[in-house]
Design a protein around this ligand. Sequence first.
Ligand SMILES: Nc1nc2c(ncn2[C@@H]2O[C@H](COP(=O)(O)OP(=O)(O)OP(=O)(O)O)[C@@H](O)[C@H]2O)c(=O)[nH]1
Length: 526
Amino acid sequence: MLITDTMHRIVWANDGFTRLTGYTLDEALGRQPQELLHFELTDPDTLHGLNEAMSVGLGGKAELQRRGKDGRHYWADIEIQPLFDDAGELSGFMEIESDITARKQLQAQADEARGSLQDLYDNAPCAYYALDQHGLFLQINALGLRWLDCTAKQVIGKLSPRDFFSPESRELFDAAFPRFMREGRVSGLEFDMKGRQGEVRRVSLSATAIYDASGVYLRSRSVMFDITETHQIRQRLQQLTLDQEAMLESDLVGIAKVRDRRNVWRNQALERMFGYADGELLGTLSRQLYVDDAAYETLGALAYPQLKAGRRFRTQLQMKRKDGSLIWVDLSGVQLPGSGDESLWMMVDITQSKAHEARMEHAALHDALTGLPNRLLLGDRLRQAINASERNGHVFALAYLDLNGFKQINDTHGHDAGDEVLRAVASRLHAGLRASDTVARLGGDEFVVLLSPTQGRSEAELVLGRLLDALSQPITLTTGPQVAVGSSLGLANYPVDGRTADALMRHADEAMYANKRAGRSRALQR
Ligand SMILES: Nc1nc2c(ncn2[C@@H]2O[C@H](COP(=O)(O)OP(=O)(O)OP(=O)(O)O)[C@@H](O)[C@H]2O)c(=O)[nH]1
């Protein structure tokens, strides 16, 4: 404690002053406390306010930073009171100063701790908030506000998280919040939340409830994590699993996982495709799906080296159903990565498309009316015959055949009757030949017979003579009448009459016309 005169000069100080500042009374006398104990970090505004008050004869209170005689800084709590003489005139000031350094230090530490907690609270990677019993925000950290795109003022006491939720999430919240208030805990609830600017997040919420002494709910302590990315990945994985299951359970593709050629997994489509009951193929050897041992061994020998080399194996082959019937299968296999010796096989029943393919191929190469090979297939067979004869020196014959009087049948009995005659001619020609011979219809009433290698020309002529005999027999139409057609024939022998398909055809054609012109209905002249 000290006393100053009106000029703020120290006129008295007690022992406490000496203990606090280090200055003796003698050293202090006549000096101003400000000059004696001034410390530059002292808040100038506080000091100024105090001086102002004293200049008009008032006292005041302040917390100031001081420096003692030994240079030690300390915080002082200062209370100044004006002193008056008997006449009521201001005679000086009494100053009571106490050391509050320890308290100030504690306060500073507490402020710092509070600051770092606030920092943690605001910048944590999650939203922290508290909700009152109506579900309204009592408090929310900076990140939470950022997610909502709101200021604290806009939400505290006014809004609830549910105001930012999708309709489904709102329903979930409305059901969960009363239960949470009763049970005091909720964990990992997921909501879809949308900030005011429209940014959508998936959040996971956990909270504990705080109650007063009588068990009345006061507030929540809630934490919300942004799990948008995890949620998206989870959804993608789910979709992928669904896709995969759909694919594996596809009705069209039979799938088997195979180890040591045994089915360790299969889908139902596989069993359906091969006529087995559900589960019947599980654990069985794949041998039973093959036509025979040879097919099974051949497939294994072809496929497994490819699979081991990391390549996909694919083929089309006939396989066997449980009832023994055969199906065409498009089979592809691949080694399963990281599975040791397991491979995955996919099988598609292509029986129908194979049959369709065969029909298309037949249609492209055969005459629709008679079913005989057409010009295209004849050309192919002819070239094959030439190649074979070039290799082995055999001879063969080609005959061009054209009906006579056919137009008349059409004109008299109708086009259907004409068709019937063409079919009858085709069947007679076919019946009169060996399997290795070819009879083709070029169109209209023109046919070509390709005889496989013969012993000589006479043998060919013998066969053709029989054919012409057969053709000259009357044909009874389904409508009743009998008709007869003649035929002119021209022969070409390989290699004497030509070495190419074109040359042979031309020669036979010309020979046929020559015969027709000469009126030789069944002549065999060249
Ligand atoms: N019904 C039927 N007639 C056909 C078909 N293709 C061609 N024609 C007919 O067959 C007839 C062939 O005529 P031509 O070659 O003069 O027959 P042709 O009376 O035997 O006389 P030549 O061959 O000269 O001896 C024509 O009237 C064609 O319209 C067919 O697929 N079905």
